[in-house]
Structures are given as C-alpha cells and as structure tokens.
Design a binder for this molecule. Structure first.
Ligand code: FMN
Length: 318
C-alpha cells in the first residue's frame, strides 16, 4: 500500500497529521503513540512573544462536539525553538510549526525569525484564524485583504507556507485565492466554527472567553464542503483537510473532497491514539476497496460533468 502524501514539495510517508493545538507543543502524545508513524506533527500555534491565553474555563463539551476558548496560550517562538523542538525531533517526528500574530507586523517578525529556520521543520502553518487587533471587528481570515497581507508578511520565512483558513465566512474561495496569490503553498481547511454555550442557571456564557470555537464531528460536513469548494476552484493547490475526523472514513471523505492530507484534532482528546487508529483504518479501507495508492482518493468525489456547475446554486437553496 502506497500511503505517500505530497503537499507541494513536502513529501510525507502518509496523509495523517495532528491538528494544531490538539497535541501540545512537544512530545505530549509520545506516551501513547510513536510520533514518527504520523505524516507530521503540527504544534500549537505560537507567537513571537509568549501569550497567557484566555481565562478558564476554556473547554466545554457541546453535544458531539467541543467548544474551546484556549486563546492561543503558549511560549514564545524562540523559547519553543530552543527548548521544545529538540525534544520533539528526538522522537523522529516530522514537525510543522504553526504561527499566529495579533498584527501583520507580528507575523512579519515571526517570518524574519524563521528566515533561516532551525533544522527539522518541514513547513510553517500560518494560522490567520486569530483576532486582528488593528481591526477588532474580525479575524485576519475573515478578510481576503488581511489574509493576503499576513501571507506576504511571512514570505521572509523560507519554509513552505501552509495557510489555515476560517470557515466563518461567506467567501472562503475568494479568501483562499487571495492567500495563494500572496504566496501560500498549501491551504489548511478548516479552523473552528464560532460558537457559544450559555449556562441557563447562571445566565452567563460558560467559557471564560465567552465565545469559543466549535470542533469535532458537528463541523465535519463544514470541513468537507470547504475542501470541496476550494479544490473545485483551485485544484492545483494542495489542501490539508481538518474538521471532525474521528475515523478513517472521515479522513477518506475529506480526501475525496480534495484534501491531499488530513489532520486529526478533537479526536485526540477522546483517545490520544486517534491519529494512528485513523491511519490504520484508512489502510484497511484501501485494502478492502482495491486502492493501491492513497493519493488516488484525492478529489475522487468531483465529477467533470456539467451537473457539477449547478452545485453552488442548488446547495444554497434551503
Ligand atoms: C483545544 C483546541 C485548541 C486549538 N488550538 C489551535 C491552535 O493553536 N491553532 C490552530 O490553528 N488551530 C487550533 N485549533 C483548531 C484545530 O487545529 C482544528 O482546526 C479544529 O479543531 C477542527 O478540527 P477537529 O474537529 O478535528 O478538532 C484548536 C482546537 C482545539 C479543540
């Protein structure tokens, strides 16, 4: 079985990665799994300086999903490079760093710091799904212009840039296009869906940060649709699908929508072995369905017939 996954110039032994923020910064999952078995480990998003994150409580289960308002707590990029990256490399993991910023200038500083990246980094995930403090009304990822500015600012970094977008927009394809035109080498789709839970006895939002991001199985169809639409519009751009992957079949669905690789997030909180289980299930599914190369599945759900052109209009009718 050929499980090789290609994301532009980055070649991975298989298409399963961790999703940023769901497996820590370092070797946290190595107690449970051999990190070198994964396609790659994507670490929690880090900023040029350390950041305290949001007040507790930060997590709330909601139905089959999870609402979080961790608020991107973490050490500075420099501390992570000096203290955490070496430990992670010792496990044999292939490492993808994720970066966030509060302003375009902060992203640019991170890009400069990574102009000559430390050994052992495969790619840089640029998390634009974070608040833009110069325009408090939104996240960078809610605007094609702001997304493009961030990606351009990161171009000092010599690693492949994977840009992680937010699904909370009506024009995801336009934003994806702006990211690609600004220099994104791949798209990561999707970050969490905005949500909130209210404690009706206290009449207050449950999370310390009030609002949060919804993840897990409820957002899987949103991820599938996001990947499908972006693949259809930009089929030459590699896509990494993420959202509600609990089983191998969920990952296969994202690949058939157009993803070249898939990240597993919330599932790690339920079972820290989820990534390798998903990988084993993909391999099993391929074996029972006569698929020799997992890459055959990429975009398999797209047809070239004219009916497909009606997709947008038809799907938007309630
Ligand atoms: C607790 C938690 C923390 C997260 N932290 C980050 C983060 O630091 N950076 C980021 O880009 N995404 C972060 N995410 C979003 C995930 O990487 C992923 O995009 C999202 O949860 C959807 O995937 P899932 O349904 O498999 O969890 C976080 C998600 C959760 C649940």
């Amino acid at each position: 079985m050929d499980l090789t996954s290609r994301i532009g110039n980055v070649v991975l032994p298989n298409p399963i990665l961790t999703a940023a923020g769901t497996s820590g910064y370092s070797t946290e999952l190595s107690e449970y799994i051999d990190l070198s078995r994964l396609g790659a480990v994507v670490v929690k998003s880090l900023r040029i300086e350390d950041w305290p994150g949001n007040p507790a409580p930060r997590l709330a289960p909601v139905g089959q999903g999870l609402l979080n308002s961790v608020g991107l707590e973490g050490p500075s990029l420099k501390t992570w490079i000096d203290q955490h990256l070496p430990r992670l490399r010792e496990t044999g993991a292939r490492v993808v760093l994720s970066v966030w910023g509060r302003t375009v200038a902060e992203f640019a500083q991170a890009g400069q710091l990574l102009a000559e990246p430390p050994d052992g980094l495969l790619a840089l995930e640029v998390n634009v799904s974070c608040p833009n403090v110069e325009d408090r009304s939104s996240m960078f990822a809610h605007s094609a212009k702001a997304t493009a500015e961030v990606v351009s600012a990161m171009r000092a970094c010599s690693l492949p840039l994977w840009v992680k977008l937010s699904p909370n927009v009506p024009n995801l394809v336009d934003i994806a296009l702006a990211a690609v035109e600004a220099g994104a080498d791949a798209l990561v789709l999707i970050n969490t869906v905005l949500g909130m839970k209210i404690d009706i006895e206290n009449r207050r939002p449950v999370l310390g940060g009030k609002g949060g991001g919804l993840s897990g199985p409820p957002i899987h169809p949103v991820a599938v649709r996001s990947v499908y639409d972006c693949y259809r519009a930009l089929s030459e751009v590699p896509i990494i699908g993420v959202g509600g992957v609990m089983h191998g079949r969920d990952a296969i669905e994202l690949m058939m929508a157009g993803a070249a690789a898939v990240q597993v997030g919330t599932a790690n909180f339920l079972d820290p072995r989820a990534t390798v289980k998903v990988l084993d299930e993909i391999e099993e599914w391929c074996a029972t369905h006569g698929v020799d190369r997992v890459a055959e599945l990429i975009g398999a759900a797209h047809s070239s017939d004219d009916q497909d052109d009606l997709h947008d209009v038809a799907a938007d009718v309630p």
